[in-house]
Design a binder for this molecule. Structure first.
Ligand SMILES: O[C@H]1[C@H](O)[C@@H](O)[C@H](O)[C@@H](O)[C@H]1O
Length: 609
């Protein structure tokens, strides 16, 4: 079968095919009404979306909670930097592995069982974390939780997309991203609330996720499997029953036939047996979809979201927040901004579509990153000098630095100073503590007393009067990232693959997301060491510009289309879809016709059912 753009739209196929109707009037309501009649959004669909999105909540909670827990854990368990990094990155690394293998599980066991497995894993993980007697058990718990996150991150968007009516699909899948950022927000509030329990606070922080995990596990027991997966497995009467239930008892014949026909067609095209990934790579449209899906996930992480979120605490320290507790609460404000602006994405996704939303978001993200970089540049150009060259018994490299900037870029040193208003004085560059970088290895900043004239220890940052530029950059960054680049890679991936390739496609792209997540967060400090902070943020700006070209050329609009029809968008040559995005000027809707499958506007409407 040919897959060129023209032929796939105009091919004549067996009875029961769909027709692509282009309404050049650009009136979305015309087709929208038809779809509203065809696929009503019932309360039940919202219930399904809620219980599945709890997986997103757990993803956000478990990735977010660790920063606050670490503040307590590193003292309580005497963790060195390596152990701290292990406890943070092991979860993300495990998520990458389990997301990649989740594709196979999804095809084999179905979406429902995978969601049940992930909530079970989350529950076990939170019990282990909450009761952990030592750091090794903590590490085991963090790895287990990561396995749950990986499976949830690739299954939940697919499940929601498969049960949603097409005209609400984008919004409902984006709700999963809202739950991710909601989970991150709740985790920072929980971190704040339990930070006063110096010894056991971390147990509550890490263990509390058992409640949403159990809620999802028991809730999902009573919820149905995806009708698309059931049909693919030949369980047709069950599939029809589920479809009727989620469409509120309406006539589902059209939708059912569309799914069934496209499964038969896909099976003919893709053939049975063999490795799905090889079939994806050997089949033009799915190969191109995979390229777009993985590219989006890669650029999401390359735009530095997790560095910015993680680094927000330091940015706030630069802006003058010295107290740990205050820093925890203010980083809750960062998560709240991320969450609130994801809400804007949920609102916009069906109004402006995925493509425009992603493009606008990338543009704003790039500009904000540039502003962040300029803020860091100004701070570095006005970096305070080292005025006290103390006698260094350990003969460390810290002695050689004449300014704060190179001193703080060296991971083994920190800047110790006093201040009078905004004036920095009595400053020195001294080695950071071996067991904790919270204080210097010795001297004034080793034993710091509370009080106005006491010395201040700046690790990883320099005091600056340009922190406000960085702060504005941070807020703008989140406001632009959260509605588009945050949720759209997940949403788009849930819809661009045909059913036979959907699990594997999502597994690969989610895997790419997690792999780049680890890469970006683990390399940030090294990149900053080589390029300085402003260099690192200019680098992210450059990567976002590349992402902008990628999205401009490669991301087609999927709004309003049935899942079964989206494959056609990838039938042209690689990255020609931007140019031919069908929804940029006109609305495209598929309706069922007898006998042929052509653009209705090419002929007339006389043979529409
Ligand atoms: O879409 C999510 C979201 O934007 C989160 O804030 C971020 O931490 C994740 O890495 C990302 O995948």
């Amino acid at each position: 079968m040919s897959h060129s753009a023209g032929t796939s739209r105009q091919k004549t196929e067996s009875d029961g095919e769909r027709r692509l109707i282009g309404s050049s009037s650009g009136d979305p309501s015309a087709g929208g009404d038809r779809e509203d009649q065809d696929e009503p959004t019932t309360t039940f669909v919202y219930v399904l979306a809620f219980f599945s999105a709890l997986g997103g909540f757990l993803f956000g909670y478990d990735t977010g909670v660790v920063s606050g827990a670490m503040l307590l854990l590193k003292r309580e368990m005497n963790l060195n930097v390596l152990w701290q990094e292990l406890l943070v990155s092991s979860t993300v690394g495990a998520a990458a592995l389990s997301a990649l293998s989740g594709g196979y599980l999804n095809d084999w066991l179905g979406r429902k069982i995978c969601i049940l497995i992930s909530s079970f894993i989350f529950a076990i993980g939170s019990i282990i974390l909450g009761l952990a007697p030592d750091k090794v058990v903590l590490l085991v718990g963090r790895i287990i939780v990561g396995l749950g996150i990986g499976i949830a991150s690739m299954t939940v968007p697919v499940y929601i997309a498969e049960v949603s009516p097409s005209q609400r699909r984008g919004q409902l899948v984006t709700i999963n991203s809202l739950f991710i950022t909601g989970g991150q927000l709740v985790s920072s509030l929980v971190d704040g609330a339990f930070s006063f329990l110096r010894h056991d606070g971390w147990r509550y922080m890490l263990g509390l996720s058992i409640f949403p995990a159990l809620l999802q596990f028991f809730g999902f027991f009573f919820l149905p499997e995806s009708p698309r997966w059931l049909l693919q497995k030949g369980r047709s009467s069950e599939a029809r029953r589920v479809l009727i239930k989620i469409r509120g008892g309406q006539n589902v014949d059209d939708e059912y036939d569309t799914i069934r026909t496209s499964i038969e067609e896909e099976e003919r095209e893709a053939g049975a047996g063999g490795f799905v990934i090889l079939k994806i790579l050997g089949h033009g449209p799915t190969r191109r979809a995979l390229f777009v899906g993985c590219g989006l996930q890669m650029f999401q992480q390359l735009s530095g979201i997790n560095t910015v979120m993680y680094y927000s605490a330091t940015i706030l320290q630069m802006a003058g927040v010295r107290d740990d507790k205050q820093a925890i609460w203010l980083s809750a404000a960062t998560s709240a901004t991320n969450f609130l602006f994801t809400l804007v994405g949920v609102w916009l996704v069906e109004k402006v579509g995925r493509r425009k939303l992603t493009l606008g978001s990338l543009l704003g993200t790039g500009l904000s990153l540039a502003l962040l970089a300029v803020g860091f540049l100004l701070s570095s150009q006005n970096s305070p000098p080292v005025t006290l060259h103390s006698v260094d018994s350990q003969n460390s490299t810290c002695r050689q630095y004449g300014f704060c900037e190179p001193c703080m870029l060296d991971p083994s040193c920190g800047f110790c100073y006093r201040e009078n208003g905004t004036q920095v004085f009595d400053s020195s560059c001294v080695p950071a503590g071996q067991s904790s970088t919270d204080h210097a290895a010795w001297g004034r900043c080793y034993n710091m007393t509370e009080g106005n004239d006491s010395a201040i220890w700046a690790y990883n940052y320099c005091p600056t009067s340009y922190s406000w530029v960085v702060l504005i950059g941070l807020i703008l960054y989140l406001a632009f990232f959260a509605p588009g680049m945050g949720p759209m890679p997940w949403t788009v991936n849930s819809e661009i693959y045909p059913l036979w390739a959907r699990s594997t496609g999502n597994a690969c792209s989610a895997g790419v997301n997690w792999i780049f997540n680890v890469l970006v967060s683990l390399t940030f400090l090294h990149v900053a060491e080589f390029l300085t902070y402003y260099g690192a943020f200019f680098l992210y700006t450059g990567l976002v510009v590349l992402g902008l070209f990628f999205v401009l050329g490669c991301l087609p609009e999927t709004r309003g289309l049935q899942l079964e029809d989206i494959e056609n968008l990838f039938s042209g040559p690689l990255c020609s879809c931007g140019a031919s995005a069908p929804n940029s000027n006109r609305e495209v809707h598929y309706v069922r016709v007898k006998g042929s499958n052509r653009l209705l506007s090419d002929t007339d409407a006389s043979d529409v059912d």
